[in-house]
Every structure is written in C-alpha cells, then in structure tokens.
Design a protein around this ligand. Sequence first.
Ligand code: ZN
Length: 116
Amino acid sequence: MRSRREIDKNELFMYNCGRIPEKPKKGNSMADDWRLTNQELYLMGKTLYYIRYRNFSEEWDHEHCDFCWAKFSEYDGDLHEGYCTEPENARGACWICPECYNDFKERFKWRLGQSK
Ligand SMILES: [Zn+2]
C-alpha cells in the first residue's frame, strides 16, 4: 500500500502538469516573474533531458511549456525540441522550453540527463 505522503506527491504532480496557468496578481511581490507558479514544488532539482518532441499517443498531439505555456508539437510553427522530465515523451512528463530553461536553470538547480 502506498503511503499517504506518496499519494499527495503524485496528485500534486498531476495537478501541476495539467493546469492552466493563473494570471499574475497585481502587487504580488512574491512572484518576480509571471511564469513562476510554484513549479519548485515539483521541478526543483530535477534531471531534465533535451529531446525532440514526439507524440506518444494518437489522442494527445501536443504539450505546453510548464512556465510560459509555449506549445510543443510535431506541427510547423510549434516548438519541436525542449527540456523534458523524461528521457522520452510520456504521459505526465513536464516540458520546459529552451528560453524558460535558460531563465530558470540556476533557480531550480536542474541537471541535464543524457538522452539516448
Ligand atoms: Zn517556456
């Protein structure tokens, strides 16, 4: 049986990866960038893989950057490569565009994994 703590962590992960970002609140001095919405709760210190976006199922043909909501897909006009929490795209994986990666890599202490 899974511990309660483990379940909470998974729920938080699912919640954050599928969320619509909230608009920044005026006068909120805690958030120094509108893209930051508590991603440190599930992305702090993560290993990320720079990979090419590929559909992993027919029903799901795109992903969004977890910070700025930029779109990844196999279509023209969208991002085709980025930083992913998995070595290949999978359900529940979080994606981060190159721009946000560069802006937040020190703050989030990300490590780069070797993708195949
Ligand atoms: Zn981004």
